[in-house]
Every structure is written in C-alpha cells, then in structure tokens.
Design a protein around this ligand. Sequence first.
Ligand SMILES: *Cc1c(COP(=O)(O)O)cnc(C)c1O
Length: 367
Amino acid sequence: MIKFLDLQKINLVHQREIEERIINTFRSGWYLLGDEVKTFEENLLKYIGSKYAIGAANGLDALRLIFRAYIELGIMKPGDEVIVPANTYIASILALTDNGLVPVLVEPDVRNYNIDISGIEKKISEKTKGILIVHLYGRTVFSQELKNIAQKYNLKIVEDNAQAIGSEWKKIKTGNLGDAAGFSFYPGKNLGALGDAGGITTNDEELSKAIRALANYGSNQKYINIYKGLNSRLDEIQASVLDIKLKYIDEENQKRRQIAKRYTKEIINSEIILPEFPEDENEHVWHLFVIRTKQREKLQNYLTENKIQTLIHYPIPPHKQRAYKEWNEMSLPITEQIHNEVLSLPISPVMDESEVGVVIEKLNLFK
Ligand SMILES: *Cc1c(COP(=O)(O)O)cnc(C)c1O
C-alpha cells in the first residue's frame, strides 16, 4: 500500500533527536510558556524573516487571534468585511465568523486553485477591512497587484499559512508577505507537531503584544487581564518537537518538490489535469499534489484497487456546508467545479522513487 502520508515514517526520521528533547522537557518540570516555546518562536521568526513570532494552540486559533487582536486594537470591528477565498479549508472562514467579521467569498483562479486576485477589487465595500489570503496546497498567492489593492483601500493582508511554510514570493517567505500570518503545525502539515499546535508571525509590534496577551487569557502580566482573552498556548513539548523539525523543513520541502516535478513531467493522461508547476519553483512547497478529473470516483477506486491511497481536499466547499446554511444558495461555479474534480495524490518527504514511479505508471494506465 502506498500511503497518502506516512506520518509515522515522517517522524521516525527524527526519532533520536525528538525523543531526547522530549525527555529533557519532561524532566525539566516546566510545560507551558517556557524556554522551549521561546526558542522555537525565535527560530521561527528567523526562518520566516519576521520581527515577531507567537506560539498558539493550533492553526485555527492562530487566525482567530490575529482577527481578535485587530478588533481589540480598534482596527476592525464586528460587522466589518474581510475578503477570503471561497476555495479554502473551512478554518480560514471560521476564524472570521468567530470574531463577528463578515467573510466575502472570492472565486479562485482555476489554474492554481488560489484566490483570483483580479476578482478582489470588485468585492470591496466601505466595510472591507482586510484580505485573508490562503496559500492553498502550499502554493504562494501574492502579487504587486494585491499589495496595491491593499494599499489603495487601506486593508490589512492576513496570510493563512497553514499549508505553505517555506514557500516564497520573490525570496520573501510566506508568513512575511502581509501584515500578519497564521500557521498550523497540525501533524499532517509540512511542519507537523505530535498533536495540535500553531503560531503567528508579524512585523507589527503592537499587534504581536495584543496577540500574545489574547492567547494567554488576555493577560500581559500575571493576574492582570487587559482583554477578554482565550487560552491558546503552544505546549513546551510540541515546541521542542517543532524546533527540531524546523531545521529540516527546507530539505523536506525540497523532497516534496522533487516528487511534484516528476509527477508533473511524467503523468501523461488526457483524463487528468495536473496542477501548475510554478515558474519560480520556490513559490510552492507541495503540501498537497492535487489533480483534477471528471471521473474522480472512478479514478479514486481504481487507485485504491492498485493500492494507492488518495484523499479529497476538499469534498464540500464552505458555502455548501450546513454550518454556513445562509450561503447554501450562493453560486460559486469555479469553487464548486474544483471541489467536484480534485483528488490529492500521495506526496511526502519519505516517499521513495519507486513509489512515485508506481503512482505515475498507474495513472498513465487509467482510462
Ligand atoms: C490546517 C488548516 C488550518 C487550521 O489549522 P489547525 O491547526 O488544524 O487548526 C487553517 N487553514 C488551512 C488552510 C489549513 O489547511
């Protein structure tokens, strides 16, 4: 069986380092807001190139905290609108509605599945305060045009960088392209913890302070609460694991890129539409390799029969979920088409050449 993602194998590569560090953290007797988190935050901000990094409990919280901080700082208020891609994982949207902000959905560019930047300006109203971009599947979405729009209308750009750590735009890392970024270190992400974990990067000092306090009961000093905060902290043990794995992220992303390159070159089948391999290969870290086909069910069954595990990211778009029943009648044809046709192939830093070869061979034989 070629697994979609072999998490055990991914983590066993670092077994000795991780076990040693976890034992040290265990023995230290200090489990929250200590040196491990501090060290990881320091290494994360260096890696991203941002001034500040703050650990959080998970990726959804990281995004919630950013918008909550903008509200506490008076930069946004409930009822304000934020532009967001219609084609995203639901967490991006939950982070907005959880704060009383109104998501304004914009259709993707079918070539790269990311928000169609040319569709943003016509969705801007007097209430628009921000743009939440999502570097979906690991592909950077950014452009000078986007920057210009944000500047023209005085909008904050927030990055959902859950899927794209290590990706770049003109040598700038995702997570350092906008005003603030949320990261997920969910086990299956390119930089994955051994449980839930997340983080935020920004160059905005005031925002970073507000986020840090909000993540810790709204407190910036023990028993002094300046905001109605959350409890959303990164655990010391998870920080220690992440700090080790961060050292290898470029190497591991490069392995994903190598696989994506082979898939893109060698899969030749008129039933299958391949994702765009960006001209600047640093614009993609291939969290997922997502193909499209009109015969998705048939193809997925065929691959299962041939012992190749695939997944669908994602089968139902946010606006068709019961959670957002107020949007269920909305028509977003490109988003819906993508959701009906996508299939994610196995890709990971521990997949070997022969497995990649088998996936290619089987896909080329599919009719
Ligand atoms: C994983 C993910 C999140 C949420 O991260 P969690 O750590 O699972 O809370 C947010 N946005 C996107 C695009 C994701 O893929």
